[in-house]
Ligand binder design. Structure first.
Ligand code: 3NM
Length: 235
């Protein structure tokens, strides 16, 4: 089944139509990899299953850092995660690995500013969802947003999940980027918790992207339900 309807399609050139991401799918965007769960693959699988059951709308497999999986092991884990997401009809995104996204037929790919150029990514993945991280107005102006479907803006708050994260920019950065012409649906990322998520949504985000607030929650299933409730009540 296609995630998109023809109404969602955007004509970007004479003979090429691509879909836009359905904004509702960005509401509760969970990101994780083995680095977030003490390198324990089974733990990751069980947390992702709990998060999907709890109602995340999107999951990004982000396998990054010391001791994380590569090659065949990464592929096999990505396939298992894909099956969980497919079972719950959750949008499945791969971080910064176009080959892997193609190999597991993920729904999309997310890249950072230092990763592959967006035009090249778009050419390789065709109609898959393409996400890009944008941290500042300067980065917005040097990004070919025409090739992307959605944007992650951060870090909203201090984060311990990304060692090389920039200084926190606060929710207002989203408002600022939209004033500078950003129209793609975006999610806030970085240090988002149940206590501050509302501010991120009120600043213009379609949803919240989180690692630790779900992966390190006492009960990931309940944490997701609370995020969902928060997003629904802020709309
Ligand atoms: N990207 P947590 S911040 C993966 O600013 C990531 O681009 C960021 O983890 C960015 O929810 C971040 O645990 C980490 O803070 C988010």
């Amino acid at each position: 089944d296609s995630l998109y309807t023809l109404d969602d399609a955007v004509l970007i050139s004479e003979n090429r139509i691509r879909p836009v991401v359905v904004p509702d799918q960005l509401q509760v965007y969970f990101i994780s990899g083995t680095q977030d769960v003490e390198l324990n693959e089974n733990r990751l699988l069980s947390i992702v299953e709990d998060a999907c059951r709890g109602g995340v709308t999107c999951f990004q497999f982000r396998e990054k850092g010391v001791g994380t999986l590569i090659g065949q092991q990464k592929l096999e884990l990505a396939q298992q995660l894909q099956q969980i997401c497919a079972k719950y009809n959750v949008l499945y995104i791969i971080n910064d690995d176009v080959d892997l996204a193609m190999a597991v037929n993920a729904d999309g790919i997310h890249v950072g500013q230092e990763d592959m150029r967006l035009e090249e990514v778009r050419n390789l993945v065709g109609h898959k969802v393409v996400g890009i991280s944008i941290h500042s107005v300067e980065e917005l102006h040097k990004t070919d947003v025409i090739y992307a479907d959605c944007v992650g803006v951060g870090p909203m708050y201090a984060t311990s999940s990304k060692p090389d994260a920039q200084a926190p920019c606060g929710p207002n950065r989203i408002t600022e980027l939209q004033a500078e012409g950003l129209t793609l649906p975006c999610v806030g990322i970085g240090g988002i918790t149940l206590d501050n998520a509302k501010l991120v949504l009120q600043a213009g985000a379609y949803g919240v992207a989180v690692i630790s607030a779900i992966a390190h929650a006492d009960n990931p299933y309940e944490a997701v339900q609370q995020f969902k409730h928060l997003v629904d009540s802020t709309k």
